[in-house]
Design a protein around this ligand. Structure first.
Ligand code: CA
Length: 255
């Protein structure tokens, strides 16, 4: 897979508390699935029922290795920086290489350096142990809201068609030859941005800025990973065209 150095290292010991694979909604916490990366059993045991009371479900990993393999279905990752096997900052970077899932990092240290490191590694927010469960829940809702209204389903909007690929930015759907294709939120945002440009080139800088809202070392690689995934999922490798040294555009094969 396209993961960083932390993936592919085996499953590791992990405990599944509960897992709701079906219903996904970001309203009032119902169906929000938290990937909890925490080596401290007591903290994990305390968090589980507390999060469940707020309508959330959890999967727990007790080690950092292999986290990137467990991101599917997670709405938010709660990541302890002090893990026994891998530094949490490196785990966070590995997550960012393959996913845009919101990450809240947690540290018992609470030092200024940790805060800076945490946010530079692509984390969305930061909590210092011990923290209040109410504050954690509030932060979860905040990062989900900040990630945009796409999950709530927008109004029926404009559809852009290129060859047999149709991108409906309002309904957040993509079809290829009439068949729906499931994309991640960020993959869709990249595609929608390119579709909106109507064949014009979008620079890498613009795509990163508009889709991720910020840039960071490794942003170009992340964009490339998303584009590669888009090409695979759409089954139309010619659709998203690379303009070398500039960015990407949508076009018909042979253009
Ligand atoms: Ca720890």
């Amino acid at each position: 897979m396209a993961g960083g150095s932390l993936s592919g290292g085996g499953v590791g010991e992990y405990i599944i508390f509960t897992k709701d694979l079906g219903f996904r909604s970001h309203n009032e916490g119902d169906g929000v699935h938290i990937l909890l990366v925490e080596d401290d059993d007591r903290i994990a045991a305390a968090l589980r029922p507390a999060l469940h009371r707020h309508g959330m479900t959890t999967t727990r990993l007790a080690v950092g290795r292999g986290v990137a393999d467990h991101l599917a279905g997670a709405d938010v990752v709660l990541l302890d920086l002090g893990l026994p096997d891998v530094d949490g900052v490196d785990v966070c970077r590995a997550i960012r290489e393959v996913s845009d899932v919101p990450v809240i990092v947690v540290s018992a240290r609470g030092e200024v350096e940790d805060r800076i490191l945490g946010l530079n590694c692509g984390a969305d927010d930061y909590l210092v142990k011990p923290y209040d469960i109410g504050e954690l829940v509030a932060r979860v809702h905040t990062v989900l809201r900040r990630r945009g209204p796409s999950a709530a389903g927008g109004p029926a909007g404009e559809a852009v068609r290129v060859a047999d690929v149709e991108v409906d930015t309002g309904r957040h759907t993509v079809t290829v030859a009439g068949r729906p294709v499931v994309l991640t939120r960020k993959e869709f945002q990249v595609l929608a941005l390119l579709a909106g440009a109507r064949g014009a080139v979008c620079t890498r800088g613009r795509i990163v800025a508009e889709v991720w809202g910020r840039s960071w070392p490794g942003a170009n690689r992340t964009l490339d990973v998303h584009v590669a995934s888009l090409r695979t999922k759409l089954g139309r490798p010619e659709l998203v065209q690379t303009v070398r040294g500039v960015g990407y555009r949508l076009g018909h094969a042979g253009e």
